[in-house]
Every structure is written in structure tokens, then in C-alpha cells.
Design a protein around this ligand. Sequence first.
Ligand SMILES: OC[C@H]1O[C@H](O[C@H]2O[C@H](CO)[C@@H](O)[C@H](O)[C@H]2O)[C@H](O)[C@@H](O)[C@@H]1O
Length: 572
Amino acid sequence: MNMIKSETCTSTNKGPVIPTTPLVIFLEKVQEAALQSYGYKGFDAKLYVDMSLKQNLSATVEAFNKLPRTVNGSIPTHDLDVFIGKYLNGADEDLVYVEPVDFVAEPEVFLPKVKNSEVRAWALEVHSLWKNLSRKVSDHVLENPELYTLIPLKNPVIIAGSRYREVYYWDSYWIIRGLLASKMYETAKGIVSNLVSLIDQFGYVLNGARAYYSNRSQPPLLAAMIVEIYNRTGDLDLVRRSLPALLKEYHFWNSGIHKVTIQDAQGSNHSLSRYYAMWNEPRPESSTIDSKTASKLPNICEKRQFYRELASAAESGWDFSSRWMRNEPDLTTTSTTSILPVDLNAFLLKMELDVAFLANLVGDTSIVARFTEASQNRQRAINCIFWNAEMGQWLDYWLGNSYTSEDIYKWEDIHQNKKSFASNFVPLWIELFNSDDITTRKVVQSLENSGLLQPAGIAGTLSNTGQQWDFPNGWPPIQHMIIEGLARSGLEEARALAKDIVIRWIRTNYVAYKKTGAMYEKYDVTKCGAYGGGGVYVAQTGFGWANGVVLALLEEFGWPEDLKIDTTEQAE
Ligand SMILES: OC[C@H]1O[C@H](O[C@H]2O[C@H](CO)[C@@H](O)[C@H](O)[C@H]2O)[C@H](O)[C@@H](O)[C@@H]1O
């Protein structure tokens, strides 16, 4: 890992920075020039950092520097058009289409619990979308990696979709859940091996497989992917090959800047984790937009801290949301690194349980003992630091200014964030919590009364700030984790609620698909059949995790023959 220390602006602007590549820095300049010349209409910042070079970087930079400039410093559009055509390849030329080896139009015993013919026909269409998202790294990238921001991966990949032309870390979990429902085991294993290779190379799984994502990770679900694949295929070899990488990844999340020690009200210390990107500049895939937002801040030190907070929010997968803001809806008050997030610690508890399970399969008793103990400690920490019995939710914790003499944070009730976020319900996904009926009963009531449960699914938050992880958007992974948590519980009322949310979510995906012919990265949960908006880019279609969640839910819950799928028909 190539890490440099950032200069110290203030005591808050701390932390490492992983330098990006000269190619990324150059493509950011092209991005800036494009915005100046073409304007905001139809502008997508990410497009430019996904382009590649037709010749070497120095020749390209030289030609770029020679382009004429108008009085306001912009490059005339015609000259920029010609430059881009002559020196750069399109953003989608680094990954090429490949037919997945294990795709068949109708897999054997496909979604046996789906009895309704309309739903079945649609599910087969969703299944066929894996073909649209399947890619492999082009030979040209393998021969000339220095011309590309794409990080070459050995096996075929399933991309997230649309502007997300590469592999994403946490998206891959739900993509794999869908692939398993589609019986595409080889594709699923290939994805896991790719992610393992990123850990071998960087020490952690990158946010996505691009050079500009190398300064951060995303919610850690690799161990969970391997458990799901093992449960279907019994592939012990995959488990054996992946374990060393999982240990490395575990260290990444539980050491250095990610690790926080906090003392509870009874004086016991707990070790928990937070999101913390190794970056303090505008995110290259959005640098024009980030610098514009930061222009409201008074000095470079505050800007650097803001950039780190934005990148850390991207590490959380929730980019962006009032969840991270000190004063919503002001994005510049994003303070991700000052928060102990409930969901990250639930994912790490799951990782501990999953690694213990996998180590047991290969007979490594010392890893089993170490990770079982770690899971018990984290479960205690989650109960002490996050659980709020009055609200029946696990609450994010704002790190305050109160420390012990050893610089350990002191827990105080006022620092629990009392706002309801969908992430407050993620611990229910873990068996240790959903098997406890008293807790589950409280959580079910809390979810029902929270306002998050809407006609077409669960909203991320209750605040409508215009950010994409806020109201009224609901995201596929969140629906799936909460539904699974409810469904795994022994409580009848929890299982009934799970089924109810499944119906709302499947219906909205179906109705949107029938209206527009596409699956979406997020949906507006206030109306059946409405896709999500907000943020700085248009609604993305395709879409890996949406497809994965629909297929996984249909596999587990099915759809009865006599249950109507489109209840909006008569109303319109
Ligand atoms: O370009 C903006 C951001 O895009 C990604 O985030 C969003 O899409 C991802 C892919 O579906 C998803 O994993 C994430 O939860 C979404 O918020 C990217 O991950 C960010 O790092 C990036 O800044």
C-alpha cells in the first residue's frame, strides 16, 4: 500500500492519503475543460475519468496543453471535440461484452415458488439482464494498463450498470445473491476471486475497480459472499483460497484510522469501526462538482477535511445523505468520520461470524476461536453503544469531545443520533439479533411507526434533502437486509411484515419495468412504479443489485398464482 501523510492543517484534518495516478489527474483536467466548454446540460463528471488514452500520457498532455483557449480560459468546443476524438477512447471501451459461461435462458428449477405466470415471465427477463451486464477486461487493457483507469481483473465481471461501468464492492453481494438464484455459480465465484485479487494487491477491496477508487473501500461483505456461494456449491477450495485475504481485510477495517475505542457508561472499553477514506481532495469521478460545493468553505484546511468526509461517505455506500450531516441539508457539514455507523459494525459482526464459519470448514481452530471471541465482543459493543431500547432501534453514534485520559471516547446518551434511518435496522439481518424475540418485537414496532415504511418499500431516511440516499428514495440492498432479518426471526409478526415489504418492493420494480423497460439502482418508495432521483446524476438503469434483490426475493418468497402483481392498472 503506497501511503503518504497529508500536511496537517488542523487537528481535525488528520489521516493518510493514497496518491492517485498521473493519468487520473490528467483526466480530471479533461473533465474540468469539458464542463467549462460544454456546460452542465447532460454533463457527467465520471465519463471523463473512465476514458482511456490512444497514445502515451506525455504526448496526450502535450497536445492538450497546446489547445487554444478563449478569453474566459475555456477550450472552444470544436477543438475539445477534436482533441477527445483524436486522443481519447470512449469510456466503455476497456471492458468488452462476454457471454457468461453459465447463463441459460431458463435455468433448471428456476424460482420454483413463483406460481404466477406474469411474474415468472418477468423474472426470466430480469434473469436475462445478467447478459447485458457481463463484461471482461479487453486485451488492450491487459497489454497497456498504463493507458487506462480501469483496474484489470482476471475473471469476467458483472458491472453495476449504466454510468457504473465497472465492478463495485458491496453491489457485488446482491449481484451474487441474484446470480445464485439464476444458478450462475461460475460467474459468482469469478466475482469473488476478482475481489480477493484486489485484497492481494491493495490490502482491501476497493470501492470499485478503478484507479481513482483506490483510496477507499465500501461496506465489507466479501466473507458474506463466500458463505452464500459455499452454501450453494460446497466449494471448499474457494473457501481455502479466500481465507488469507479475509484476514487481511479484517485487519484493514479494525486498525488505524478505521478503529475507534469507546468506553460505555459502565466503564468498559469497546472497539468499533468507522468509515474513513484515505483521501482529502475532490473525488476524481466528481471533482468539478466537489470543488464547486467546497468553494463555500473558507479555507483549504476546511476544504481538505470536507473532501475526506465526502470520500468517507462514498466508502459507506451512502453517498450522500443527511445521515452524515451535522446540519441538514447542508452537504458541506458532512462529517462521516465523526460517526460510528451502526451498519458498518453490523457488517463487521457478520464478517466475524462468517470467517469463523469458513475457518471451521477448513479446520482452522485458532481462527475460529479468535473470530468467535471478536464477534462476542462486537455484539456486546453494538448493544452498549448503539442500541436504544426506548426507540427500538440501533442508533448511529456521533463521536463527541469527551475522552478518558488514554484518549478513549466516552459514551454519552446525547450523542446517539435519534433520527430514524433505514440503517438503524440493519443489525436485525444478523441471526444473533433476529433470534431474540424481545428485541425483534420492539424493532418491528419501531419500523412500523418510524415513517420509513412507505407504500413501495423502506425509505433510507425521513429527510428530503435532494441527496440520493435520502427520502423518498429506497435502495435495493436495504430492503433485502431488513426483509431477510425479519423473515429469519421466529416471530410471526416479523415474518408477516417481511412478506408485506416483499410484495411492495416486487410490485414497484415490476410496474417500473413494465412502464419503462428497465430496472433501476433506486426507487421512489412513496409511489408504486416510480424510480428514484436526487443527487447529481440521472436515474441509472440496468441494474445489478436491483436485479439481484428481485431474483433473491422471488426465490425465497415466491409469488402465488392468484396474487395480482400490478395493482396500479385499475387506478390509472
Ligand atoms: O460517482 C458517484 C459515486 O458513485 C458510486 O456510488 C453509488 O453507486 C454505487 C454503484 O451502484 C453504489 O455502490 C453506491 O452505494 C452509490 O452511492 C460510488 O460508489 C461512489 O464512490 C462514487 O463517489
